[in-house]
Design a protein around this ligand. Structure first.
Ligand SMILES: [Zn+2]
Length: 224
């Protein structure tokens, strides 16, 4: 029995999290988000969370080994169900991608990788990120747009629709920081696609409203 693992590759602001939510909600898929995993470990003060917290406070990057271990643990648990997986924000670099391919080849041969590439211009991605609000509840972390015309804004002021926690902006969402993050991302994107080039790649234009993106994506995965 094969199981699909969709690797979402797209810049911040391209709506990977929003599309993930729709897939998990409508199709029962399981989503890996290493960012959420890290934040959860930190807020629950697990031993790995304390380690990660210390690394971040030291201004260093979390090693590929630590991330790989978290993902390995998560994959082992996820393999017990038949639902497709979403890998969002992981692999973050070529080394992590190589490690992932190796891990799947050695331990999770039933997993079939498909790459989903989110196509969006830098300008639109930057606008979206700078206009983004995130639920402060660590268990929820729903993302909203401050753009009232987008249809993705919160319904009750700056409170989360799902859990009523206050919404806030992430500290690192100012325009210059976002521009730099995008620059770094674009430098890695091509390497990543090359690294994963032996696997099927689905390209999705994500400059359209989320509902359209989701429907197009659904059609494209049925076709392939
Ligand atoms: Zn919430």
């Amino acid at each position: 029995m094969t199981k699909q693992a969709y690797i979402f590759i797209g810049p911040p602001g391209s709506g990977k999290g929003s599309l993930s939510k729709l897939c998990t909600f409508n199709m029962g898929w399981q989503q890996l988000s290493t960012g959420n995993l890290c934040r959860k470990h930190i807020s629950e003060q697990t031993s790995i969370g304390k380690e990660i917290d210390f690394i971040i406070r030291s201004g260093k990057l979390i090693s590929d080994d630590i991330v790989g271990n978290m993902v390995d643990q998560w994959l082992a648990e996820s393999m017990q169900s038949d639902f497709s997986l979403i890998l969002d924000g992981f692999p973050r670099n070529v080394m992590q991608a190589h490690n992932l391919l190796k891990m799947i080849n050695e331990k999770y041969r039933a997993l079939k990788i498909k790459v989903v590439r989110f196509v969006i211009s830098d300008e639109i991605a930057i606008d979206r990120i700078c206009n983004r609000y995130i639920c402060q509840n660590h268990e929820c972390q729903s993302v909203y747009s401050g753009d009232t015309l987008s249809g993705l804004g919160p319904k009750n002021g700056l409170l989360c629709d799902h859990c009523s926690f206050p919404l806030g902006k992430r500290g690192d969402d100012d325009r210059e920081t976002v521009k730099n993050r995008l620059k770094v991302y674009r430098a890695f994107e091509q390497d990543m696609l090359t690294c994963l080039s032996q696997h099927e790649c689905i390209e999705v234009n994500v400059e359209r409203p989320l509902k359209e993106v989701f429907e197009t994506f659904r059609v494209s995965i049925k076709e392939v």
